[in-house]
Design a binder for this molecule. Structure first.
Ligand code: SER
Length: 578
């Protein structure tokens, strides 16, 4: 059996040998991008470069990006259980930033799949954009596939719903400033899986019956929504993404993604301990295995279960594991879960959930007719995640008014969305004086890091409370003592200079021309605010900031961690601030 490690390495090496630079992926959890809680696609951290900015590592990039699809439009939590959907997965990605285009991409991906990964050609199908009156039918790619000897019976054309990619969907769904383009996708056919007519008369690559699996998506990223229309980007880019887990499943010719090495050992442990057969409880087992891996990844990224944002997603995943395990054992104790995970965070949450469940279930007994409102109250008072409440009621044979439930749920979602928008403004927990001061310090720190370590340092995340700032940035290794001292002194020097902090509004292009740092392009509107701290730092930012660095006390970097490959996190505090 081929392992996921082998597939990942073969992919990265293949593109390296074709001039790509292996870059470090962004953190899974984004802390100051107000548009999203998680990295949910490989291209997300590269948006500014796809829009035209030059990337420090060059025009050909390759990586493997951990991603989570568990929120908003990208919420796949309830899709898990069909042998191929995952909430957490690794996206293998390669990019051409205005360098090579369709010919090289399609030829290389074909060579990679058929020669390097040795997938038999007669298992592969490709799809293309059929055109929509604005963007033309992709006959260029059709010609390339034909030259590669892909038989025309294996080339399918689809509309924008299937063969257009942007973070927000079809061209119509793309908001102002969003980038996207037509795609050519690659599908693997599991010829052993019979077509299920429930999904349509004839099977085809985009049929959902499970016979076909999408294993690669070549996006020709060449458009940006501008004034309601698609406008060509300055450069023609390629954005390729392929799910590592799915490709591994295809390489092993197994339609069940959960049979690969990343899930199967855990599934075996669980099925042995609870004495249940995987084949008899496939869906439940898949949900447990998926949620377990996703939870561990979130925990690894510093997330703790809570009632909001990333923490809520983690809580929901862990609690759903417990609910699903109840299919095997009525009372799932912490000790049971300990048999297949040693994660203290998961075990503690299971303990908490058990207390909640006991209280909540007693409450459920008392309620005669469970309507949407009472389901929602259960969530609020007993911490029952809404989806779980619905599942448990269903299990108890209770009918709840789903419409009403959904309405309450939507109301809640909107509330939490606006709450998260508030909190995520610039990664600030609040707008108190101390937090504001640390926000200005963050700008000084960012500029100092770039002065000491070089311009390849770029912000990857920021989280500020009144106690401390936390700043994530790209850098290959931890800083030396000397570098740390140098950065710290640079920050304090600026504070001593009593520099004015001034903001001005301008359009985004103008801000970039003036050299303002802007690492979350795509989220900014047309007009942006640029904050300047003397001549030392210039950054696109929503504020708030102190008016003069004389308001800041002594800055001390208290800790640094390497939190991922090429990713450093520092913590700093301010002492004796006014
Ligand atoms: N951005 C595309 C996707 O996520 C290809 O990388 O599918």
């Amino acid at each position: 059996m081929t392992t996921s490690d082998e597939v990942r390495e073969k992919y990265l090496k293949f593109f390296e040998s074709r001039g790509h630079k292996r870059i470090s992926p962004a953190p899974l959890v984004l802390e100051n991008d107000p548009t999203t809680l998680f990295t949910s696609s490989g291209m997300q951290p590269l948006v500014p470069y796809l829009m035209g900015e030059s990337h420090p590592e060059g025009v050909r990039l390759v990586d493997s990006q951990p991603t989570i699809r568990a929120q908003g439009k990208n919420d796949d939590i309830l899709e898990v259980g069909d042998s191929r959907h995952l909430t957490y997965f690794e996206m293998l990605g390669n990019w051409s930033l205005g360098d090579y285009f369709k010919k090289e991409q399609l030829e290389w991906v074909w060579e990679l799949y058929t020669k390097v990964l040795k997938i038999p050609k007669d298992r592969l199908y490709v799809t293309l954009f059929e055109g929509d009156g604005v963007v033309e039918k992709d006959l260029v790619s059709y010609g390339i596939w034909k030259k590669l000897k892909v038989h025309e019976d294996r080339i399918f054309f689809y509309g924008a719903k299937e063969n257009w990619w942007s973070r927000s969907g079809t061209p119509d769904e793309m908001p102002e400033g969003e980038i996207g383009g037509p795609t050519s996708e690659i599908f693997y056919e599991f010829t052993e899986v019979p077509h299920d007519k429930k999904f349509g008369k004839e099977c085809h690559p985009n049929c959902d019956c499970g016979r076909f699996l999408e294993i690669g998506n070549c996006v020709f990223m060449i458009y940006k929504k501008t004034a309601g229309k698609l406008k060509e980007l300055p450069k023609k880019n390629v954005d390729f993404g392929g799910g590592l887990e799915r490709i591994t499943a295809a390489v092993n010719n197994d339609p069940d993604v959960f049979k690969i090495d990343l899930y199967w050992p855990a599934i075996q442990k669980i099925s042995k301990y609870f004495e249940v057969d995987y084949e008899d409880h496939k869906k439940t087992m898949q949900i447990i295995a998926d949620h377990l891996r996703a939870s561990l990844a979130l925990i690894d990224n510093g997330v703790e279960p809570s009632n909001k944002q990333q923490g809520y997603v983690l809580r929901r995943l862990i609690r759903r594991i417990v609910v699903k395990l109840k299919e095997f054992k009525k009372n799932v104790e912490v000790g049971d879960v300990e048999k297949f995970t040693s994660s203290k965070v998961i075990l503690a949450e299971v303990g908490k959930f058990n207390i909640t469940l006991k209280k909540g279930l007693k409450q459920v007994e008392k309620i005669k007719n469970i309507d949407g409102k009472s389901a929602f109250d259960l969530y609020q008072s007993y911490g029952f995640p809404l989806e779980l409440t619905a599942e448990i009621f269903e299990d108890k044979g209770q009918k709840i008014d789903l419409e009403e439930f959904k309405a309450e749920f939507e109301k809640h979602k909107n509330l939490s969305r606006s709450a998260s928008a508030g909190t995520f403004k610039g990664g600030l927990a609040d707008s108190s004086e101390k937090t504001t001061a640390l926000h200005t310090v963050t700008h000084l720190l960012h500029a100092s890091l770039r002065k000491v370590l070089g311009d390849s340092v770029s912000q990857k995340g920021s989280n500020i409370t009144s106690e401390r700032l936390r700043f994530d940035f790209s850098h290959p290794q931890k800083l030396t003592e000397k570098e740390l001292k140098e950065v710290e002194s640079k920050v304090n020097e600026q504070i001593d200079k009593k520099l004015p902090v001034k903001s001005s509004e301008m359009d985004f292009e103008g801000a970039k021309k003036l050299g303002a740092l802007a690492f979350f392009e795509g989220k900014y509107g047309e007009k942006v605010k640029v904050y300047n701290v003397g001549d030392f730092s210039s950054e696109v930012c929503g504020g708030p900031h102190v008016k003069n660095t004389s308001f800041l006390g002594r800055v001390k970097i208290i800790k640094q961690d390497k939190i991922g490959s090429g990713l450093i996190r520092v913590y700093a505090t301010v002492q004796n601030g006014s």
